[in-house]
Write a protein that binds this ligand. Structure first.
Ligand code: HEM
Length: 434
């Protein structure tokens, strides 16, 4: 895995997978690239001494990332998810809580809370809260993860803690990782006070990337993407379209818990979804892909150009919801966004889910890490049920469990986990009833 001296191409190839590979050699390679002409690392903006100057919500990312010209969020390019297990059984003690808090404060001081520095959040599973005698307040909907369709059997993530790191800079996520869980003693030039692994052990490390160019650049590597480079250069995702238009996403405010000790927090469902895109690119033409991703109406009216920039700030899916049963009959196909949007609004028309998914080539397989934030896990489960499209399969014989049913033919759920993202003040090993 050493980049070696075999010429620039080898080094570039190595850098592409540096975050996936991880460890000190990957970090050194990235730091090498982050050096400007004078051999110094391109500066990383530093963080704050006073944690109270940071937002109360760990999930407050939108004001701290890039937006496109329609104010659609552009998620940080490089991301890492760590699933950790607490040492020992029973509830954590005060010592462990202080260790975690000082490890996190190291990050707060070292890196600006932004896409140019580091965005991160720490979340806890139902299994973690089971360590306490008291249960979570009743107003919090955080069931254990479960299978959400008849045709999936995911591994369930029941580790205690999920740490999510994100930055536009690969060297920053790798360095933060080494500081939290490795033996790096400095974060952006500042001494690390404690490491997360003094209180917990890493059970699983998952990585990914998102944004124009990155999937195309990596498409030759993983299993699941056909040969011939079908992923468009400008696509932020392997499937070739932009996702997460501003008006099709819940606001951070909407997904925030409003009352009780965890007010300011949110719930997070994270799935991992393997992709097999041979037929997506090999057997479907562009209009068929638009039909299956958005709706038959989007294809008929030519609403989607290239990777979907023509849609602006909204997929415009609302216009195609009432006609979904007719579409099923007439076209023998329905769209992914069209199905999901049916269950993704409250009575006032507010969107329920804030999706923040990114691509992965972990284990050399094309997959998607899919964090979704919502006030209740039930909101996510409701949308997923709508996505299963069982009702539509009853309308048209052409629509089956996985065929002509949005994008279900090409995606396979491998893992699911549910977490509570507490507000900042409870981010370090919170009790179930603070
Ligand atoms: C490889 C997997 C996936 C890809 C590439 C993908 C991509 C997309 C795209 C391009 C859209 C339309 C644009 C937008 O509104 O963002 C969309 C909409 C949506 N997707 Fe996915 N998606 C995937 C999996 C999922 C899964 C597993 C869920 C979970 C339930 C989901 C939930 C949604 C929702 C809620 C919408 C918005 C519908 C609305 O307007 O309310 N997606 N997705």
């Amino acid at each position: 895995m050493d980049p070696g001296n075999d010429g620039k191409r080898t080094r570039r190839e190595f850098l592409k997978s540096a975050v996936a590979v991880g460890g000190t050699s990957a970090l050194s390679a990235c730091l090498g690239v982050a050096e400007s002409g004078d051999g110094e690392r391109e500066p990383v903006p530093t963080g704050v001494e006073e944690i109270r100057t940071l937002p109360d919500r760990q999930h407050a990312w939108r004001d701290r990332i890039r937006l496109d010209q329609h104010s659609n969020a552009l998620l940080p390019r490089h991301q890492i998810l760590f699933y950790l297990t607490l040492d020992g059984s029973g509830p954590p003690d005060q010592g462990a809580r202080e260790t975690v808090e000082s490890a996190l404060r190291t990050l707060d001081r070292a890196y600006e809370r932004s896409h140019e520095g580091l965005l991160y959040s720490v979340a806890y599973s139902p299994a973690y809260f089971d360590r306490f005698e008291d249960s979570l307040p009743e107003s919090i909907d955080l069931p254990p993860p479960r299978s959400l369709s008849d045709f999936e059997s995911p591994d369930l993530d029941t580790q205690d803690t999920l740490v999510h790191l994100a930055s536009d800079r690969a060297d920053v996520v790798l360095e933060a990782e080494e500081v939290l869980t490795g033996d790096r003693e400095q974060a952006n030039g500042r001494a690390a006070d404690a490491r997360l692994t003094d209180a917990m052990s890493v059970d699983s490390r998952r990585t990914g990337f998102v944004g124009p160019g990155l999937p195309a650049e990596r498409q030759g590597e993983p299993e699941g993407i056909p040969e011939g480079g079908p992923v468009p250069e400008k696509s932020p995702l392997f499937m070739g379209f932009i996702a997460g238009f501003r008006k099709n996403q819940a606001s951070e405010e909407y997904v925030t818990l409003k009352e009780g000790p965890f007010a300011g927090g949110t719930t997070k469902h994270v799935s991992n979804i393997r992709q097999r895109l041979d037929d997506w690119y090999g057997e479907q033409d562009f209009d068929e892909r638009v039909t299956e991703m958005f709706s038959p109406g989007h294809a008929e009216e030519g609403l989607v150009e290239n990777v979907g920039e023509s849609l602006g700030a909204s997929s415009g899916i609302e216009r195609f919801l009432d006609s979904i049963d007719d579409d099923a009959e007439e076209f023998g196909r329905v769209g992914h966004a069209q199905k999901n949007a049916r269950a993704n609004r409250d009575a006032e028309g507010n969107v329920l889910l804030l999706r923040r998914h990114f691509e992965s080539t972990d284990e050399d397989v094309a997959s998607l890490h899919f964090p979704s934030l919502q006030r209740e896990i039930a909101h996510f489960e409701g949308v997923r049920e709508a996505m299963n499209g069982a009702d539509l399969a009853e309308i048209s014989p052409a629509i089956r469990q996985r065929v002509n049913n949005g994008i279900l033919e090409y995606i396979f759920v491998e893992r699911r986990g549910n977490f509570l993202v507490p507000p900042m003040k409870l981010r370090s090993l919170p009790p179930a009833r603070p």
